[in-house]
Design a protein around this ligand. Structure first.
Ligand code: ADP
Ligand code: MG
Length: 685
């Protein structure tokens, strides 16, 4: 057996199972080895109920014998259940997690880990962690067993068998690529040790050692990738020195609102950058609705009044169009000519706008990726802005700035990430934060409900519409099939229109529509004609319709926290009370916790921190929305220290060997090339 062998050389892999393996990205033996467990079942640590002692922390394997009960005591909700193993029974209690009541099934075996307390003369297991037991292991062997994320029809048992066979036969063939001097410095296990003990750890110690190496490896490669890209642009230190402009004060004065303190601070930071001789390279982080667009507009005004052109790139046509309209309104009265450049224009239109850009008839161009096409050339580009930065690759951001001679660069994102993390991931950028919402915004009331509330939901929708408000409904997502997605939007809308709300004006949006159709629909929604807008997640980024006050999200469990937060951010943009209703019948722990976070807080920073915490390895849903790289095993929240080490190691590495030419870096270079070969996707920063 060799690492490169196709996976179907394994015994028991036929057509059917081959398909399932391909589904999870496993084609070769090497792929299999790189498919890490999500968690483990630690049989070696299970204690019988009769052996439990007060004060100790134990893992118990037991069956639920009574339906969990929930009682309220003041502000506390107490959920209790009784569980049993071969040696006895014990009660289990959780506080303020009422949803657990529906999670546990009677007569089903779970693994609980928690502390034992005395209660009413008996024993009680206090707020334990829990995990449903895989049936195939009910009479299983002892030891620490890996649990993998697998497609429905693939059992843990057979998958483990394959893994065992491969680890034993070829686990030692994997090629070490982290240089010895780095492994020594950070005390990292070698690659084959790590592979072995991540799948079949002898004990916790071995597991932790293996994991540390793999986490480091993942961050290290990521940092190298970032470093290479940054090296490619090598901050051109010298930039344009803009002069302060007279029009500024008057412009800010005549806005329909006054800037928040946070906006003002960020505007000042940008002004300082622009007026200095070095090129600005700044990231503006501001939660959804914090008012980033106006900050961008002010910077554009500054550039244009200095005789330069400015451009602003947005990830979708809908958003680009909206920005175009906003900027036009704000800037044209000052004699600034704006234009929109998107992929859906005809060739003739594009050529015409291209012409205007290159001979400087146009001062500000708003657009999508179309802006970075080769044919677009500016006469005198001085400022480049990317909105919703996390949707673009690093390379795209750079291509746009290469259209001018060291223009100032501003990137904006609504994805709040903890500051320390931002510093590492966006290391080449200065950071400004808009940490304040415009006055008068009310907290968006958020409710998580099951589908049994549908009737009441419809009544609620009606109430809002009768008040003159508008509603977004994010319809159920369909996995990985665009045609299915389409059908589901159509069907969902038709049902709503025919059976539920025949008297309302309803329209839908989906990813397959022509951009022109999308912007037309958005226009009708924006001017209040359309009352209910059914959509897939295309409305997610940036759109601003302040009269919309209700966001309904079907299958909310399918979304990551940051994505839910973005979606919710479409409402609450005016001064009316807004609502977000999350519909989900999901009962799994993470989904329930996500719902809880959403209903508890609207603070984007808190949410993103929870997102990092809750996103276990192997659970990448929504990473792209977050703007963070996909990680297989590392956790950006918990493994921050290792991330710092990896960053440090990368700096040392490049100091020693800037082109990775030394012999002892040969395998590392190979690995890096293989990983980052034109692969922008790896780095969605
Ligand atoms: P985001 O930061 O999500 O891009 P926008 O720039 O789209 O937010 O702004 C959201 C809404 O808030 C817009 O309608 C905008 O006009 C309004 N707004 C921005 N700044 C202020 C402010 N200082 N006071 C009141 N409203 C504001
Ligand atoms: Mg925005």
């Amino acid at each position: 057996m060799n690492l490169q062998d196709p996976i179907d050389i394994l015994k028991g892999v036929g057509q059917q199972r081959l398909k399932l393996l391909h589904q999870i990205g496993i084609y070769t033996i090497e792929d299999l080895l790189g498919y890490f467990p999500r968690t483990y079942e630690d049989w070696s640590r299970i204690t019988s109920i009769e052996d439990l002692l007060i004060g100790g922390t134990y893992t118990v394997r037991a069956k639920i014998i009574s339906v969990p009960q929930t009682v309220k005591k003041g502000r506390l909700t107490i959920t209790t259940a009784r569980v049993q193993d071969a040696t006895g029974t014990i009660s289990v209690v959780w506080y303020n997690q009422p949803y657990l009541k529906n999670y546990f099934l009677r007569e089903t075996i779970y693994i609980f880990t928690g502390k034992i307390k005395s209660y009413n003369g008996g024993l009680q297991l206090l707020s334990p962690d829990y995990e449903k037991l895989d049936v195939s292991d009910e009479n299983g062997n002892l030891g620490i067993l890996p649990i993998y994320v697998l497609p429905k029809n693939l059992s843990q048992k057979i998958f483990r068998q394959w893994m065992k066979e491969c680890v034993e036969q070829v686990g030692s063939q994997v090629q070490e690529f982290i240089p010895d001097w780095i492994r020594k410095k950070y005390q990292l296990a070698d690659f084959s040790y790590a592979i072995f003990h991540i799948h079949f750890p002898k004990d916790r110690e071995h597991f932790l050692t293996a994991r540390k190496r793999l986490v480091f490896e993942e961050f290290f490669l990521l940092q190298i990738g970032l470093f290479q890209i940054k090296k490619g642009i090598e901050k051109q230190k010298k930039g344009i020195t803009f002069q302060p402009i007279e029009e500024m004060e008057c412009f800010v004065q005549q806005l329909p609102f006054s800037l928040t303190q946070a906006q003002q601070r960020v505007v000042n930071e940008i002004q300082q950058d622009m007026c200095s001789s070095h090129a600005m390279n700044r990231l503006v982080q501001g939660d959804v609705g914090s008012g980033k667009t106006i900050v961008a507009a002010i910077a554009l005004l500054h550039a244009v009044k200095n005789g330069y052109q400015g451009s602003m790139m947005a990830p979708t046509e809908v958003l680009a169009f909206q920005h175009y309209e906003t900027l036009q309104q704000l800037l044209e009265p000052l004699g600034i000519k704006t234009a929109l450049l998107t992929g859906s224009l005809t060739k003739k239109q594009k050529d015409q706008i291209g012409e205007q850009i290159s001979n400087h008839e146009v001062d500000v161009v708003v657009g999508t990726h179309a802006l970075i096409q080769e044919s677009v050339s500016f006469h005198k580009l001085g400022l480049v802005i990317t909105d919703e930065q996390h949707r673009f690759g690093v390379r795209q951001r750079i291509s746009l700035s290469q259209k001018g001679e060291s223009p100032d660069v501003l990137v904006m994102t609504a994805t709040p990430i903890p500051r320390t993390l931002a510093l590492i991931l966006y290391g080449d950028l200065d950071i400004s934060i808009i940490d304040e919402l415009p006055p008068g915004r009310q907290k968006i009331k958020t409710y998580a409900v099951t589908t049994s509330y549908r009737k009441r939901l419809y009544q609620f929708i009606e109430k809002e519409i009768e008040k003159g408000r508008q509603v977004y409904m994010i319809c159920p997502m369909v996995e990985e099939s665009e045609t299915l997605e389409l059908e589901s939007v159509l069907e969902y809308t038709e049902n709503l229109q025919k059976k539920i709300f025949p008297h309302y004006r309803i329209a839908y949006l989906h990813g397959k529509m022509k951009p022109k159709e999308k912007t037309d629909i958005m226009e009708l929604f924006s001017n209040g004609y359309i009352q209910i807008l059914v959509s897939t997640t295309v409305v997610e980024v940036g759109v601003n319709v302040p009269n919309a006050t209700l966001m309904v999200i079907e299958n909310a469990e399918r979304f990551g926290l940051s994505q839910l937060h973005q979606l919710r951010g479409r409402v609450g943009r005016g001064t009316d009370q807004s609502y977000c209703i999350l519909i989900s019948d999901a009962k799994n722990k993470i989904a329930l916790e996500r719902m809880k976070v959403m209903t508890d807080t609207t603070d984007g920073f808190k949410i993103s921190e929870m997102d990092l915490k809750l996103r276990g390895p192997g659970d990448f849903f929504g990473t792209k929305q977050h703007g963070l790289p996909e990680l297989k095993i590392a956790n950006l929240y918990e493994d921050m220290q290792i991330l710092k080490y990896a960053q440090e190691a990368t700096q040392d590495l490049y100091k020693k060997d800037p082109h990775l030419e030394q012999e002892n870096h040969y395998f590392l270079r190979q690995k890096v090339n293989q990983l980052f070969k034109n692969n922008d996707e790896v780095l969605v920063l």
